[in-house]
Write a protein that binds this ligand. Structure first.
Ligand code: AMP
Ligand code: ZN
Length: 115
């Protein structure tokens, strides 16, 4: 846990969030400023600042994060319609919270390339 990290505080419950899924390794919660009808963030409970900090030891954890996003999308009925999953890393991609999180967006049409 990083003392100054918003998502660590959501993981511990110190800051409230609309929790979609929780186990000992992963928490998913609704984004406070949703960009689609479904906009959840899937995070590891362990603090990792960016994808740049990942090591091979994290492969299984990141796999669980990705797989969980797919399960949530499926549970919400977006399996066939489609959905978008995004990790933003550092300034050029617009990362604002430095605890890795997979955006799961669904419920509208997405364009490519993204903005
Ligand atoms: P990023 O810009 O990729 O770092 O995404 C950070 C996301 O966190 C943004 O989509 C924010 O809307 C979202 N966010 C910020 N604060 C909260 C919060 N307290 N609860 C839920 N989502 C949040
Ligand atoms: Zn954190």
């Amino acid at each position: 846990m990083a003392d100054d990290c918003l998502f660590c505080k959501i993981v511990t419950g110190e800051i409230p969030a609309s929790i979609v899924y929780r186990d000992d390794r992963i928490v998913a919660f609704n984004d406070i400023n949703p960009q689609a009808p479904l906009h959840a963030l899937v995070v590891p409970t362990r603090h990792i600042a960016t994808l740049n900090a990942l090591s091979a030891d994290d492969d299984a954890l990141v796999g669980e994060v990705v797989r969980r996003a797919g399960i949530i999308a499926k549970d919400k009925g977006f399996e066939a319609h489609g959905y978008r999953t995004v990790f933003n890393t550092n300034a050029a991609a617009g990362q604002t919270v430095f605890h890795i999180h997979l955006h799961l967006l669904a419920g509208r049409k997405f364009t490519w390339p993204p903005g």
